[in-house]
Design a protein around this ligand. Structure first.
Ligand SMILES: C[S@@+](CC[C@H](N)C(=O)[O-])C[C@H]1O[C@@H](n2cnc3c(N)ncnc32)[C@H](O)[C@@H]1O
Ligand SMILES: CC(C)=CCC/C(C)=C/COP(=O)(O)OP(=O)(O)O
Ligand SMILES: [Mg+2]
Length: 299
C-alpha cells in the first residue's frame, strides 16, 4: 500500500500542525489539549535532550548500575538522566517488537503520539511512514519540527486530531498503537476506530497502566494518578472486553509491572521527581495497578 492514498487530506496537510486545528470534540478533550500544550516538565525535556527522542511514557528493564557509577560523582545526575531515558526508549522498542513484520511501504498510526519519539523510532526501524495524532498543537508542531530536523519529514508526520475519529482510510493501516494514551478515551470508541483503520490481519499494540480487577476497585493511588494527569485509568478487564467487541484478538498480554518498578525506584532518587513517583510505586507494589502490554490482531 502507498502512504499517499491513505487519506485525502494527508497530502494536503503541511508539516505545520497548527494550520488547521479542529475544535475539541468535548470540553474534556479541550482540557487535555491545554494540559499537553502547557506541559514542559524537565523530566521529559531533559531526558529527550539526551538523544533527541522525546517521550511521554515510562521505562522498563533493569538499571545498569555500572553505567550510573558513583552517586558522589559530579557527573552522576547526568548519567542518571541518560539511564532513565535508556529505559524509556527500551519500553518503546518493546512496543515496536510487537508490531510484527512491517514493510517499507506500510503505514503505521501512533494514536496519542505526544512529541513523537516513538514515531521516529518506528520509522528508523522499519523505514515506513508513521502518522501520529495528538490533541495538542504544541506537541504536533514539536514532533514535526523534530522530524524535519532529522530529515524524515516525508515519512513521520503528526497532526492535531482526535484519535476516536481519524482521517485515515478504512482497512489500510498495517499496524497501530497507543503508548500510554488509552486512559484519556472510552475504550469501545477507541478500539472501534483502530479496528476500522487497520487492515485485516493488521496488528494493534498498547502499553498502558490499568487497575487490577482483583483489587476490586481503583485504589487511592490509582485515583491520585488520575488526578495528577486528568486521566481515567481503565481496568484490565475493560481492555480485553472492548478488544473482543471490536475484532481485536489478543496475541500477547504481558505484565510489565516487575519490569517498570526499577525505573520508578531510580526516578524517585533523581532531582527530576514530579511527586507522582510514590503513587506508581505503591500501586504497583500493592497489586492495585498493573503496567501491561497487549498486542492484538485485527481479524
Ligand atoms: C502520556 S502522552 C503519551 C505520548 C506518546 N504516546 C509517548 O509515548 O510519548 C498522552 C498523549 O495522548 C494524547 N491524547 C489524549 N487523548 C487524545 C485523543 N482523544 N486524541 C488524540 N490524542 C489524544 C495526548 O495529546 C498526548 O499526546
Ligand atoms: C501509565 C499511566 C497511567 C500513564 C498516564 C499517562 C501519562 C501522563 C504518561 C506519561 O507522561 P509523561 O512522560 O508526560 O509523565 P511524567 O512527566 O510523569 O514523566
Ligand atoms: Mg515522562
Amino acid at each position: 500500500m502507498t502512504s499517499t492514498d491513505l487519506s485525502a487530506d494527508v497530502a494536503a496537510d503541511s508539516s505545520s500542525a497548527s494550520m488547521f486545528i479542529p475544535a475539541p470534540a468535548t470540553p474534556y478533550q479541550g482540557d487535555i489539549a491545554r494540559y499537553w500544550d502547557r506541559e514542559a516538565r524537565p523530566v521529559n525535556l531533559r531526558l529527550g535532550d539526551v538523544d533527541g527522542l522525546y517521550h511521554h511514557h515510562y521505562g522498563i528493564g533493569e538499571v545498569d548500575r555500572a553505567a550510573l557509577g558513583d552517586a558522589d560523582d559530579s557527573a552522576y545526575e547526568k548519567k542518571l538522566i541518560a539511564e532513565l531515558h535508556r529505559l524509556e526508549s527500551a519500553q518503546a522498542e518493546l512496543l515496536l517488537d510487537h508490531l510484527g513484520p512491517i514493510e517499507r511501504d506500510d503505514t503505521l498510526v501512533d494514536a496519542g503520539c505526544g512529541r513523537g519519539g516513538s514515531m521516529v523510532m518506528a520509522h528508523q526501524r522499519f523505514g515506513c511512514r508513521v502518522e501520529g495524532v495528538t490533541l495538542s498543537a504544541k506537541q504536533a508542531d514539536f514532533a514535526n519540527r523534530r522530524a524535519h530536523e532529522l530529515g524524515v519529514e516525508d515519512h513521520v508526520h503528526a497532526r492535531v486530531c482526535n484519535m476516536l475519529g481519524t482521517p485515515f482510510e478504512t482497512g489500510r493501516v498495517a499496524a497501530s498503537w497507543n503508548n500510554e494514551s488509552t486512559m484519556y478515551v472510552d475504550l469501545e470508541d477507541l478500539f472501534a476506530e483502530h479496528s476500522r483503520i487497520l487492515a485485516i490481519g493488521g496488528r494493534y499494540v498498547t502499553i498502558t497502566g490499568c487497575w487490577n480487577p482483583r483489587y476490586g476497585q481503583p485504589s487511592k493511588y490509582v485515583s491520585q494518578i488520575n488526578a495528577h494527569f486528568e486521566c481515567n485509568i481503565h481496568s484490565r478487564r475493560e481492555y480485553l472486553r472492548a478488544m473482543a467487541d471490536n475484532r481485536l484478538v489478543p496475541q500477547a498480554v504481558i505484565d510489565l509491572t516487575p519490569a517498570t518498578l526499577p525505573y520508578w525506584k531510580l526516578r524517585a532518587t533523581s532531582s527530576l521527581v514530579t511527586g507522582i513517583e510514590k503513587a506508581f510505586i505503591n500501586s504497583y507494589e500493592d497489586g492495585s495497578f498493573q503496567y501491561l502490554l497487549i498486542a492484538a490482531d485485527r481479524v
